[in-house]
Design a protein around this ligand. Structure first.
Ligand code: NOJ
Length: 741
């Protein structure tokens, strides 16, 4: 395939993902291919034929083939997850469709998080792109590969907003801001599902984890979350609400408690909010043994208790543990659960199966199984990775490197890393395991074919051995420039991967110091799944490129940026703390009555640390420079009932090469009945501008943008002044205001 058709292919993917490439996208309601009465009629007809045992069976989801076969023997199984391979899946489906009384097909789920065979950058990196089309492209590529391989349902997108970089699962979401997370999550839902997820290229999506999982105390996975109603609704719920509006098929409950009540038994969030006020018609799946865990949480005394808490609360399908099938009949006889509750859960599951088209086409064509990434998919993954990288520092400037450079030393344990470049949840499809990512060394060799490229690890990621430093220094001395690739292994972020410190692990920082000692030019490339505390690098490395876990094309995408084929335009979706003791630190915080003031001891700060983050939310550099000015508001007043204000600003590329800028709009409500964040993002647009070119970026604000939820979970739009800030990070200084009347 030539370069042109590859790019056309990528453009097609972005278009097929159903999202605009600008930052602001509408949230179209998903079209319904089978009319609601027709499908509901089929669901109701089937439901009337089902015995209680068959109904309870539909509520069961199991995670391996052997257990699935055992459950199918009694007809008590609704779905299977984590089984991969078209032939295996068809074999299970044949049993369900040919050997059970009502021939109800199984639904097959899998964690297709950022790729099935083609690994895209991790979701946190996608958040850095500030481009919903990146998430949409990942989702549409993944959906096509997975569905053609027999999978119907993905456990993504993960949309947990978090202020906790110690929490390993920060890698799976879009960072600390609910607005950014909402735009990316909705785009991803649309990319998976399209308009009609019965299509052979689409998947049913799952909004997870419901809810407030990112609030885990201390960043320790699965930990307690105690949250006010206003914060629940303003911070954690918005991506879920928007995903329901976008037609997400399913939702997964979270492992945490929410103010004392575990999510799996939390009728307020599942029943009242999700199914009640949001009107969610799909089904809720438990997380892995989440129903059973109600016992250890201390909400239930035994399995029967756990089922009696979870089903009425709104968990429709039980993953792995088997309390619904085991105790459902007994609980019904004891009137601890009702027939209506069981029917409602079954109806929701059958509805999604109908919408997937499983009753008409239960099997997958085994010849069409996707076992390796296609060139178009690889090109999309490379483009997504390039758009996700964030340039944190570039003194000199050292970057971009000249393609005519004579010699490059690659140093650091991640310079020849393969699967670590995929990060957490690397694709579970058969092809992913046999397609190692392109290493940084290979990417650099391909980008600078005339250069001598050497490699010296120096140390391991988390070991204490410094005996390799001398060789690394020697390599650096012999080269024109050194690229130091350091960070985290894939296993250091993701589920159950909390870290109590978030420094560069092991002796990697000393390795950077050793390279600095040579006096030769060098740049640092970070490969990691969370923000790291890197004041040493900031003070000592001439250039820092945050590449995150960039996926299967990682080495090529890093080289694209290092050599300037791609001008970095990503921005941080999360604040980088100076030290772990500052956590939680996030841009959208409330003011205190004593905001930090270095001249006044009795203000909110640490004695031993400068206030504020090392790098703020929304920050990222480019190889060119931009000016943002000409801020204009279309009006000075907005009616709280249906008013609208257009905010526009001019952005100019003032440097010498084409590049991307993300124009960001923040609001502040300085006086409100619930104190408001000092800033909150309410608009962003990523634009590409040629050297010297300029454009006007326009945002439309409505009462939805200025209102907030109070502690009765009521959305309020209060009269008064609203401050507007526009710029290229959360520290934007261009300002104006309007009044809500
Ligand atoms: C547990 C994780 O929390 C969840 O995100 C995942 O989808 C399930 N396991 C299934 O693998």
């Amino acid at each position: 395939m030539n370069r042109r058709s590859l790019l056309a292919g990528v453009g097609g993917l972005l278009a097929a993902s159903g999202v605009a490439s600008s930052g602001l996208l509408a949230t179209p309601a998903a079209a319904d291919p089978v009319s609601r009465p027709e499908r509901d009629g089929r669901v109701e007809a089937l439901l009337r034929k089902m015995t209680l045992a068959e109904k309870l069976g539909q509520l069961q989801l199991l995670g391996n083939e052997a257990d699935a076969r055992t459950a199918l023997a009694t007809g008590q199984l609704g779905g299977v997850f984590s089984v991969v391979g078209a032939a295996k899946l068809n074999a299970l489906q044949h049993i369900a469709v040919e050997q059970t009384r009502l021939r109800i097909p199984l639904i097959f789920g899998l964690d297709v998080i950022h790729g099935y065979t083609t690994n895209f950058p991790i979701p946190l990196a996608q958040g850095s792109s500030f481009d919903p089309a990146v998430a949409g492209a990942d989702a549409s590529v993944s959906a096509k590969e997975a569905r053609r391989s027999g999978i119907h349902w993905t456990y993504a997108p993960m949309m947990d907003v978090t202020h906790e970089p110690r929490w390993g699962r920060i890698a799976e979401g879009y960072g600390e801001d609910p607005y950014l997370a909402t735009k990316l999550a909705v785009s991803k839902v649309r990319g998976y599902q399209g308009d009609d997820y019965s299509s052979p290229d689409r998947l049913a999506a799952c909004a997870k984890h419901f809810v407030a999982y990112g609030g885990a105390e201390g960043g320790r996975d699965y930990n307690t979350v105690d949250v006010s109603l206003q914060r629940l609704h303003n911070l954690y719920l918005p991506p879920f609400k928007a995903s329901v509006e976008a037609g997400v098929a399913t939702v997964m409950a979270s492992f945490n408690t929410i103010s004392g009540v575990p999510a799996h038994g939390n009728g307020y969030v599942l029943h009242d909010v999700l199914k009640g006020s949001y009107g969610f018609r799909g089904f809720v799946v438990s997380d892995y043994t989440g129903v059973q865990e109600l016992i250890l949480h201390g909400l239930a005394g035994d399995g029967a208790d756990a089922a009696a808490a979870a089903l009425p609360a709104g968990v429709d399908m039980e993953m792995v543990s088997t309390n619904y099938v085991q105790y459902g009949q007994q609980l019904l006889a004891q009137r601890r659960i009702t027939n209506d509750q069981i029917d409602d859960a079954v109806r929701r599951i059958l509805l999604v199966k109908f919408k997937l088209g499983l009753f008409d086409r239960p099997y997958v064509d085994e010849a069409g199984e996707v076992k390796a990434p296609s060139p178009v998919a690889l090109a999309a993954a490379r483009q997504a990775a390039g758009r996700s990288m964030v340039l944190l520092k570039n003194d000199g400037p050292v970057l971009p490197l000249a393609k005519t450079v004579r010699s490059v030393a690659v140093v650091g344990p991640l310079g020849t890393a393969t699967y670590d470049l995929n990060g957490t949840w690397s694709g579970l499809g058969t092809g992913a395991a046999t397609t190692p990512p392109v290493t940084v060394v290979d990417g650099i060799k391909a980008a600078a074919p005339g250069a001598t490229v050497t490699y010296s690890a120096g140390c391991t990621v988390d070991g204490a051995d410094t005996s390799g430093f001398a060789a690394a220094q020697q390599a650096a001395r012999a080269a024109d420039v050194t690229v130091v690739v350091v960070g985290e292994t894939a296993a250091m972020s993701g589920e159950a991967a909390a870290r109590s410190t978030i420094d560069l692990p092991g002796v990697q920082q000393q390795l950077v110091a050793a390279i600095k000692e040579t006096g030769k030019p060098f740049v640092v490339v970070l490969v990691n799944g969370r923000p790291l505390t890197i004041p040493y690098l900031h003070d000592n490395a001439p250039a820092i490129l945050e590449a995150w876990a960039p996926g299967v094309q990682g080495g090529n995408a890093i080289a694209d940026v290092l050599f300037g084929t791609v001008n970095p335009g990503g921005k941080l979706p999360v604040s980088f703390p100076r030290a772990v003791g500052q956590i939680p630190i996030y841009y959208n915080h409330e003011n205190t009555g004593r905001p930090a003031d270095p001249a006044n001891k009795y203000t909110s700060k640490y004695l031993d640390l400068e206030s504020g983050p090392l790098y703020e939310f929304g920050f990222g550099l480019s190889y060119t420079t931009f000016r943002i000015d000409g801020l204009r508001l279309s009006d000075t007043r907005m009616s709280s009932r249906g008013g609208r204000i257009q905010v526009s600003a001019k952005v100019t590329n003032t440097g010498g090469r084409a590049g991307d800028e993300v124009v960001q709009l923040y609001l502040r409500d300085p006086v409100a009945t619930i104190v408001q964040p000092v800033r909150r993002l309410r608009g962003f647009q990523r634009v590409t501008l040629a050297a010297g070119a300029s454009t006007t970026v326009t945002f439309t604000l409505t009462p939805d943008d200025v209102g907030f939820y109070d502690n009765a979970a009521k959305f309020r739009v209060e009269p008064g002044k609203i401050e507007v800030y526009v710029g290229n990070s959360s520290a934007a200084t261009l300002t104006s205001s309007f009044t809500v009347t």
